[in-house]
Design a protein around this ligand. Structure first.
Ligand code: CP
Ligand code: NVA
Length: 307
């Protein structure tokens, strides 16, 4: 069997995405029941981190352990990806010891190269370009809360970053209305916007007006204004992103009392989102965080060919 990686949501077909959503639901149930399903018994997952993480590390380490395996944390001082040795060398070395690799890297080209030279499946745990596990967990969370994905309108407010790119990848596989409201100069990559539009499934809009954008939103989503690797731009960005904070006024502008609030976390409270919105009854950020683990377990089982 040829090995499979999960580097982009588009690595899965539409049917595979729906099958993974079903599997995540099943895995979540069995996790809560402490079932004895241990398909990764005697296996190891190497987790390579070039950037900090709470959710990604904890959810992969806990999830892989609960499915019977052992996960190794390799931080920036263990493997300085692309600097201490060539990516293609570390790919082959880590593959000789482990059954699967999850990596969080800066340069997206590095994860492509890691996967190309690894003999075991590679999962993308975030790069500067995208964050596919996050958006798979997010759509699973939306499905749990809404019961279906019909006529869905997702409005993202803030920086046109890696999170937006993965929403745009999902939009190439399943239909929904997606609006990214961002300041001029902070728009998502034009090639992925074009790919999402060319796929002809979803309605994609780039806006600079948050108040109009959120009208009728089922989900209002935001992320930090300065991502990892861009933290030095924070002060400048706070000025540029004025008016793009998700606050009670913006949530009211959806015109729907049922609009959900989502954030991949970590959040900077009272910067991109107010404390009040984070704590509101419409906020599903902690379900979203929990679902990272169930969705990633489902993704690992799929690419390992176990389910
Ligand atoms: N959402 C997310 O990936 O969180 P961490 O950066 O803490 O892993
Ligand atoms: N856009 C953020 C996401 C963190 C999970 C970052 O890349 O830092």
């Amino acid at each position: 069997m040829e090995k499979r990686d999960f580097l982009h949501i588009t690595d899965f077909t539409k049917d595979e995405i729906f099958a993974t959503l079903d599997l995540a639901k099943e895995i979540k149930e069995s996790f809560k029941n402490r079932s004895d399903f241990k398909p990764f018994k005697d296996q190891t997952l190497a987790m390579i981190f070039a950037k900090p993480s709470a959710r990604t590390r904890i959810s992969f380490e806990t999830g892989f352990f609960r499915l019977g395996g052992h996960a190794l944390y390799l931080g920036p001082s263990d493997i300085d990806v692309g600097k201490r040795e060539a990516v293609k060398d570390i790919a082959r070395v880590v593959s000789r010891y482990n059954d699967m690799i999850m990596a969080r890297l800066f340069d997206h080209k590095h994860i492509i190269e890691l996967a190309e030279y690894s003999s075991v499946p590679v999962i993308n745990g975030l790069t500067d370009f995208n964050h596919p596990c996050q958006i798979m967990a997010d759509i699973f969370t939306v499905l749990e809360h809404k019961g279906n994905l019909d006529d869905l309108k997702i409005v993202y407010i803030g920086d046109g970053n890696n999170i937006v790119h993965s929403w745009l990848a999902l939009a190439q596989r399943i239909p929904f209305k997606f609006v990214c409201a961002c300041p001029p100069g902070y728009v998502p990559d034009e090639n992925i916007v074009k790919a999402a539009r060319d796929a002809g499934l979803s309605d994609i809009e780039i806006s600079h007006d948050p108040k109009t954008a959120v009208k009728d939103a089922d989900v209002v989503y935001t992320d930090v204004w300065a991502s990892m690797g861009k933290k030095h731009e924070f002060d400048e960005r706070v000025k540029r992103f004025k008016g793009f904070q998700v606050n009670d006024d913006l949530m009211s502008a959806t015109g729907k009392s049922s609009s959900l609030f989502m954030h991949c976390l970590p959040a900077q409270r009272d910067v991109e989102v107010t404390d009040s919105v984070m704590e509101s009854k419409n906020s599903i950020v902690f379900d979203e965080a929990e679902n990272r683990m169930h969705m990633q377990n489902a993704i690992m089982l799929k690419i390992a060919g176990i389910r």
